[in-house]
Design a protein around this ligand. Sequence first.
Ligand code: NAD
Length: 252
Amino acid sequence: MEDVFSLKGRVALVTGASGGLGRHFTRVLHAAGASVALAARRPESVAEDAAALGERAMAVALDITQPASIAAALDAVEARFGLCDLLVNNAGIAATRRFLDHDVADWDAVMGVDLRGAFLMGQEAARRMVAAGKGGVIVNIASILAERVVPGVASYTAAKGGLVQLTRQMAVELARYGIRVNALAPGYVVTDINREALAGEFGRAMMKRVPQRRFGTVEDLTGPLLLLASEAGRHMTGSVLTVDGGHSVAAL
Ligand code: NAD
């Protein structure tokens, strides 16, 4: 049987590749056969990972808040591997402050990366895919907080909610060019950054709400990412794939 999950011959770029999820995503796409650009604001932070992956990997400088940086990163990828036909819009930040204290700097920073940045990145990548006429795939990394709420993350929930709608908009407008756009919506995923917080009181309270009684691991996202990225998901566009152990559907 043909391997519908294979990414052989594809050229992927993962934003925020130095972070917990992004780092894993680059490895997954690479293992499935894609050439992979590990994009980070400080490319030296992913240089070792890129070197360890070998020939089909490169580190590239990218700040998704800067259109010139986006264009330069995609130029660099094209020069080395050819057109980027698989974008994982993974970079994201959060500000944790109650709504009444959420200031405009929090709002602008989070919106600037999680929504405006994903828009700028997706638009430039899609323009190039359209110009090349070969189609492509975009995976936006959303969150269950696109549809649900916990206190203290107003800009994040608003940005991720916007990202889900942007995903649907892009899917509808880009389908005619053979470009699929989907969102992956993880629940809480344990990474180096949140490991301590999730082991504490907040984490224990939150875990009671997860029917599987565990948080996600980056490995739990491997299959879902490959489904969206590969031919296995060829009839999927405009979808939001939730991976959360049942968290977002549980009443309590
Ligand atoms: P992380 O903080 O480890 O990684 C985020 C990455 O984004 C970092 O590498 C950071 O440098 C990069 N980044 C920030 N601003 C950037 C910019 N302007 N330009 C380019 N890169 C920039 O976080 P993570 O847990 O790996 O999260 C990755 C994605 O997954 C985010 O979009 C996050 O919202 C989402 N997510 C995470 C969880 C979780 O529990 N960890 C759950 C749901 C969704």
